[in-house]
Design a protein around this ligand. Structure first.
Ligand SMILES: [Zn+2]
Length: 176
């Protein structure tokens, strides 16, 4: 065994180098620093747990109280109709909508096909108007106009969507 500073021979038990005074491994000095592995203590774990719980609570509250705006529902619904996802589209309509459709001898499929035909035959685009609310402070009804337009700017069809708020959800109540 040699001194790590001056290279002098050391006895294994020797605690200090006689030549240079360097403390030897036997004297408690090690070349390799002890690795410090960070482990959270109980308090840090508690804080982390608390933060996670808060995040989850925030997410749940957001889900429960957040109202998806009618224009977002309208777009989602219209796109599910265009992709013929009737089961999903059904989730966004009221019973009133279905009654109105059947009174016009229509169903979701027939309605969707009309619009798909309008769009594909004219290579058309569609756009949504901003919602017109019945009441600004506490809206329960909204009307949104969907305009199907050809690339030349000709209006192929305008669909009037009557939206109604059912509980915390906006739903499509009528499409004319
Ligand atoms: Zn030495």
């Amino acid at each position: 065994m040699k001194c790590r500073k001056c290279g002098a021979e050391l006895h294994p038990e020797q605690k200090v180098c006689i030549q240079c005074g360097e403390v030897t491994p036997a004297g408690g000095k090690f070349d390799v620093e002890e690795e410090r592995i960070w482990r959270p203590n109980a308090r840090q774990l508690q804080i982390a747990g608390g933060l996670v719980a808060l995040l989850i609570l925030g997410f749940v509250l957001y889900k429960v109280f957040h109202v998806v705006p009618p224009e977002v529902v309208a777009k989602k619904w219209f796109e599910t109709m265009l992709s013929r996802a009737y089961a999903t589209a059904d989730d966004h309509i009221t019973s009133n909508f279905e009654q109105d459709l059947s009174s016009r001898m229509m169903d979701m499929r027939a309605l969707a096909e009309t619009w798909i035909e309008d769009i594909t035959a004219n290579n058309a685009n569609y756009s949504f108007s901003a919602p017109a609310f019945d009441n600004i402070s506490n809206p329960q009804k909204a009307r949104i106009t969907i305009t199907i337009q050809s690339p030349e700017g000709q209006i192929v069809r305008q669909i009037l969507l009557d939206m109604v708020k059912v509980g915390r959800r906006w739903k499509v109540d009528r499409a004319l």
